[in-house]
Ligand binder design. Structure first.
Ligand code: 3PG
Length: 239
């Protein structure tokens, strides 16, 4: 599927029935473009996969069509499958620490993989499967490891604790081709600091999908927080 087809699917999804699995196989550049266009990557920790479908609907209602569903719960693969069944969503797997989790994520329909750190085996497996992978980095050395592996888009984690946008800017200076997805301590109040730096592709975080909202099924609040985040991101990216 080309990126044009995918974007048309995304734009038309409200008219489409749910439960229809879009085909996978988006190239890394396409996935990167879609995440960069969305500017925000919700980091989802779902305890109950039954929440996956209403969560996808709540995110879309708030104006977001991206999600990183983390392997921090046993529900991860089922949740990925349920969210990826929504043709309007671009769903990836997060907190992927092992090759087995890569395989389970891809089998479930994940279109990209995110790790908190740089794991060579995870990166290699993703590359074998032609699945875009965004490993986490926290230092210049880890960025060079990503570059050596042929990757130019990385998660920067944990962003606020590492020094926030100041650290991103310092790391971006020598690594001109690298784009960052800062995650960890990012929220609607500070996302503009990150997104106004051209080295930042998007920001990630849990703030609009906090586990307590998912556990209680407070989808209206997920939509409200998502809309606020999207509006804040649009305000700084508008020409
Ligand atoms: C992640 O795994 O990306 C982080 O736990 C998200 O951090 P946050 O909860 O501070 O947004």
């Amino acid at each position: 599927m080309s990126i044009v087809t995918y974007v048309i699917n995304v734009q038309d999804d409200e008219q489409r029935p749910t439960g229809e699995r879009a085909d996978s196989g988006l190239a890394e550049g396409d996935v990167t473009s879609l995440i960069g266009a969305a500017r925000i990557l919700p980091v989802v920790v779902l305890a109950d996969p039954a929440g996956a479908r209403p969560l996808a609907d709540a995110l879309i209602a708030g104006g977001l069509r991206t999600a990183e569903v983390t392997f921090r719960t046993a529900a991860a693969a089922d949740a990925i499958a349920a969210m990826a069944a929504n043709p309007g969503m671009l769903v990836g797997a997060g907190t992927v620490l092992t090759v087995d989790q890569v395989d389970r994520a891809v089998d479930a329909g994940a279109r990209f993989v995110v790790s908190p750190g740089f794991g060579p085996a995870v990166v290699r497996r993703c590359q074998q499967l032609s699945v875009p992978v965004f490993p986490g980095v926290s230092s210049a050395t880890e960025i060079q490891m990503a570059l050596d592996a042929g990757l130019e888009t990385v998660k920067f984690f944990p962003a606020e604790q590492l020094g926030g946008i100041g650290m991103v800017a310092a790391l971006a200076a020598p690594f001109r081709s690298v784009r960052f997805i800062p995650t960890g301590g990012v929220n609607t109040a500070n996302l503009a600091d990150y997104l106004s730096n051209p080295a930042v592709l998007a920001v990630g975080g849990t703030w609009m999908v906090a586990p307590r909202l998912l556990d209680t099924g407070d989808w209206a609040e997920v939509t409200r927080l998502t809309r606020a985040a999207v509006d804040a991101a649009r305000a700084i990216t508008a020409p």
